[in-house]
Design a protein around this ligand. Sequence first.
Ligand code: SF4
Length: 265
Amino acid sequence: MSAGSMKVELRDGVIYGPVRSRRLGRSLGINLLPASAKFCNYDCVYCFFGPTSVSPKQRRDSSCPKMGDIRAAVDSVVQRVQRQELKVDFFTFSGNGEPTLHPEFAGVTHYVLEKLSSLSPAPQTAIFTNGTLLGRTAIRRAISRIDQAIVKIDIVDEVSFRTVNRPLVETRLRDIAKAVAQLPNVRIQTAVMKRGGVLYEKAAWDYYCSLIKVASPQEVQLYNVVYPPAEEGVEAATIDEIKMLAKRLRGRLRVSVKVFHLTES
Ligand code: SF4
């Protein structure tokens, strides 16, 4: 498979899994995005879905699943959990891109969280997000009600951000970090890779550390890139290199840092 081509199949429904997650245990995914194409406002060089073909500028949010379909899918899976046909540790908003791009994200999360609260014990909830829409009060409020908000910030400065995460909308990492600081439930996730054989440039590392300081998350999660990055000269870091970075980060900031070794399986 050539670099940059599709590496993981898109989710074809609202609910998928459960998948065994290293961070979340037995996790059932909630996909609020279209089934036909990845829908994201980033185009990260290491994205396991391959390149972003549909950006928000193309106004594809109309192809996101409708509220009625989401309710039906969630009701059905909650019934299965109630009947003990399904065992789940986490319900996770993730799927085919950036979940907060769903046009009714706040209403959807409200519905899902209310529904899950009827279960005993209630499963925990998580969201994987790039944090670009955290400046919007309604989205920030909705995310504050989710148990774990796992927000992406990589080891970049505002310049290398443009070549690693390749945002398709105007956004600044500093603004994301400031919005994260207003939330009580954030873990920052950071994909670690080498560019031109170098683990990170000093300017990017210093800037990243300043962002973590501003964001003040509960935890930082460093992880390896599993699939070959799409950009030439970008390669995965080894686990030993990532552990070394974790030690350096703990030494520089008083923050909890965990290393996750992700695999293709
Ligand atoms: S934010 Fe996530 S879904 Fe979007 S391009 Fe990056 S890795 Fe892929």
